[in-house]
Ligand binder design. Structure first.
Ligand code: IMP
Length: 420
């Protein structure tokens, strides 16, 4: 046995929460390996909506869940989530990496201020302190979960880091950092989290050969710091390879890579999106698909499915199978389009450009297909309207990758599984 990794193939919000929850049934342990509470997974079970930001969705199937070393953890958000789960009768069997970095209050403050300073050129972050926390990790100014369960360590780290942060705060005119308050607050979080903290790297390597382990990516490949639309990206590596650095697992232990794609495209925040539809179609998708962020409530930008971007994501994440979500949202449209190329400066290209300037100039080349009605809630492929089946088949032929899961509604059982 070995690991399976799930990654979002677009700009996040592909419905990974639902698919992970669905697949969790077949796994013993579910692991997050990057990102933080910028992620928002909505899972609906028997009409009850659960919103998870940090704890892997598999917790709702009462599975062992792990927050790996590559995740950035806001302890206050994590404790709230644990509380919400226990109020709903779920006591998470959770292990949090002692190496995971902690999002401090000053990270959140800096995220807000730096965005404000960028004005119209801002990234449109979730303001959860994700970028500043990863920046500190790489600059070696970070505080790790292991530090907040050890008073002496935290004291030492704060003494080293806060004078540097204070200089930045002074330059921004934010005010004095209260070190004692930070110390007390984070030691108290550490006390509450202590029982969950452990060396997840040894733990995961001890089970990976005997148990089924699912690695749950957050955000999407097009938001990846290396492969995404930089600088309009997040600060981590959602790509499947992120499992190696974010969970301490060798690439030899990953047996399958599953990509999640929405049947159309959405994006939150700024940055180029070639297939964005600003008119009626965009509004239709946003309303019908309830395209409002789980984390920030922001309305998502919507447009047609971009197969050029999707193929690129499948390539960098080594996708073996695709799960196609929200096919039912397209119900009722007379015509459905997919982008199969970009026109740039009079030339047609089929590659996702690395330059943002080029991507901004890309005009989508569309293939038009007949629409359908009543895909909603279907549980078998044969029950899907013919044109919806043609749409799914077109995508898998184009990508040369099988679509093995089709989601037709929010509920766990509104899912079609295809044999490969
Ligand atoms: P950050 O991750 O908060 O720094 O935000 C950077 C960019 O990633 C912004 O455009 C966010 O809207 C986007 N982003 C971050 N997390 C998610 C997510 O879970 N879904 C969709 N977009 C996200």
């Amino acid at each position: 046995m070995a690991g399976v990794v799930i990654t979002g193939l677009q700009w996040g919000d592909e419905g990974k929460g639902k698919i992970t929850d669905y697949l969790s049934n077949y796994f013993d342990c579910i692991v997050r390996y990057q990102g933080g509470d910028n992620a928002g997974h909505t899972v609906v079970i028997k009409n009850k909506k659960y919103k998870l930001h940090l704890v892997p969705s598999g917790v709702l199937q009462n599975k062992k869940v792990v927050i790996g070393n590559g995740v950035v953890v806001n302890p206050s958000v994590l404790l709230d989530e644990i509380k919400m789960l226990s109020e709903n009768g779920i006591n998470p069997d959770l292990m949090v990496s002692d190496r995971a970095h902690v999002i401090m209050e000053y990270h959140r403050i800096l995220d807000g201020i730096e965005e404000e300073m960028l004005g119209k050129k801002k990234i449109g972050t979730t303001k959860r302190g994700i970028g500043p926390c990863y920046t500190d990790k790489v600059s070696r100014y970070g505080i790790r979960i292991g530090d907040i369960i050890d008073e002496e360590n935290l004291r030492e780290k704060l003494d080293r880091i806060i004078p540097v942060k204070q200089k930045i705060f002074d330059a921004y005119g934010i005010g004095k950092i209260n070190v004692e308050k930070i110390f007390e607050e984070y030691i108290s979080y550490g006390e509450k989290l202590r029982k969950y903290v452990g060396d997840t790297i040894y733990y995961l390597n001890s089970i990976i050969d005997e148990k089924e382990v699912l690695f749950e990516g957050a955000q999407g490949i097009l938001l990846d710091i290396d492969y995404g639309t930089y600088p309009y990206t997040t600060s981590s590596n959602p790509v499947s390879g992120g499992v190696c650095t974010g969970a301490g697992i060798s690439p030899k232990k990953i047996k399958k890579s599953i990509g999640i794609a929405k049947a159309y495209t959405t994006r939150v925040g700024m940055g180029a999106m070639p297939t964005e539809e600003k008119g009626k179609i965009g509004d239709f998708l946003a309303e019908k698909g309830n395209e409002y962020g789980t984390t920030t409530g922001r309305k998502r930008r919507c447009g047609w499915l971009d197969l050029v971007a999707l193929k690129y994501s499948c390539m960098v994440s080594g996708i073996d199978e695709v799960a196609l979500t929200k096919v039912d949202v397209l119900d009722g449209l007379k015509e459905v389009k997919v982008c199969t190329g970009y026109e740039v400066d009079g030339e047609i290209i089929d590659r996702f450009p690395s330059s943002l300037k080029t991507l901004e100039k890309c005009k989508p080349v569309y293939e038009s297909m007949e629409g359908w009605d009543r895909a909603r809630g279907k549980k078998r492929y044969e029950e899907l309207p013919l044109n919806a089946r043609k749409y799914v088949d077109y995508i898998s032929d184009w990508l040369k990758i099988p679509v093995t899961i089709i989601s037709t509604g929010m509920e766990r059982n509104e899912t079609i599984i295809l044999e490969t």
